[in-house]
Design a protein around this ligand. Structure first.
Ligand code: ZN
Length: 334
């Protein structure tokens, strides 16, 4: 069954999953906004008059085609906003990442799109997703060109595996400190429990926009993966509410609990086909490991835990050689 053939789907969700912006685009156009469709699956909505102090917000969903929850959440958010278009207080770019994978109900067609945002792609260069990334890179550059200082990118995902913190975010370390703290504070209001500071690109879309365009960018994990139309939207309620405020220019509220901040201790790179991880890819995110424990072996290379306590995130021994097979993180306040 295709991911988009579900009968009970609201039309707004069905449309966004197909990257069909017709109705929404018409409402914003009628309200006097400058509306653009710079690439397949990309919608831009800007105020008619250029305003330097207007924030620019890029929202991306479906970069992994099987992560349908954020597509549903954003479909409802944009549908509601387009019915009161004058409430839109930011310049908005909405991006449906891997449309073809969404239609196929798959994570990707050839290779992970969220590893393509880098200058050198090696043997990934000829893949379907490399071409898609080129389109998104061009549309993203055009969107942020001439944008004001307040630039945001929220790349919304759901996780394959369980997590001790079901809602967490990866934040590039290189974002300017003030903007980074504002982003982390806002993520807390969106129900994000943990934030991982990332010191180096793994080819992700959010790292690219932070590095290339100075955006306060983040990859957000919003809970468990689900089927389009059957997602438990209650797990996204806090984020939906925070988004509602962000798009309408509301001052950021105060989170009940600030996210716990983790630093990246090390990225575990898969160097060869001899790579063996000490645990499976079903291991929960933020599973703790103690000093000296073996994380993985790769021929003569042995990865062991170096701090008193490290936590494993995104463990996946099945990635391609040369890619990241997991991250080890440590509490930043310890
Ligand atoms: Zn994802």
């Amino acid at each position: 069954m295709s991911a988009t053939s579900h009968d009970a789907l609201p039309e707004s969700v069905r449309a966004l999953a197909r990257a069909d912006f017709g109705e929404v685009a018409r409402r914003f156009t009628d309200a006097g906004f400058a509306v653009g469709l710079p690439a397949r699956g990309v919608l831009t909505v800007r105020g008619a008059a250029a305003a330097e102090d207007r924030a620019s917000v890029l929202l991306s969903v479906g970069v992994h085609g099987d992560e349908t929850g954020p597509i549903e959440m954003v479909a409802h958010a944009i549908e509601a906003l387009s019915r009161e278009p004058s409430a839109l207080a930011v310049d908005l770019m909405l991006c449906v990442g891997n449309i073809d994978a969404i239609a196929a109900g798959k994570r990707f067609i050839d290779a992970d799109l969220n590893r393509m945002f880098r200058a050198e792609r090696g043997d990934l260069a000829g893949t379907f997703e490399a071409g898609r990334a080129d389109d998104l890179i061009a549309a993203t550059a055009a969107f942020f060109e001439g944008a004001g200082a307040r630039r945001w990118h929220l790349d919304l995902h759901t996780a394959i595996r369980g997590s001790r913190y079901p809602r967490f975010a990866i934040v590039p370390q290189l974002i300017e400190e003030g903007a980074r703290n504002a982003l982390i504070g806002w993520l807390g209001t969106g129900g994000i429990e943990a934030v991982i500071m990332n010191p180096a690109s793994a080819g992700t879309y959010s790292y690219w926009t932070a590095q290339q365009h100075g955006a306060a960018a983040t990859t957000v994990e919003l809970g468990r993966i689900g089927t389009l139309g059957r997602n438990d939207l209650s797990q996204f309620a806090a984020m939906a509410s925070a988004l509602h405020g962000l798009l309408r220019g509301a001052p950021a509220g105060q989170a009940d609990t600030a996210p716990i901040v983790f630093d990246t201790a090390r990225s575990i790179m898969k160097l060869s086909d001899a790579f063996r991880m000490a645990f499976g890819k079903d291991t929960e995110n933020f599973t703790p490991l103690s000093k000296g424990e073996i994380i993985a072996t790769d021929g003569d290379t042995v990865y062991t835990v170096q701090h008193d306590e490290e936590f494993v995130v995104f463990p996946n021994p099945d990635v391609r050689v040369g890619l990241r097979a997991g991250i080890m993180v440590v509490r930043a306040d310890r």
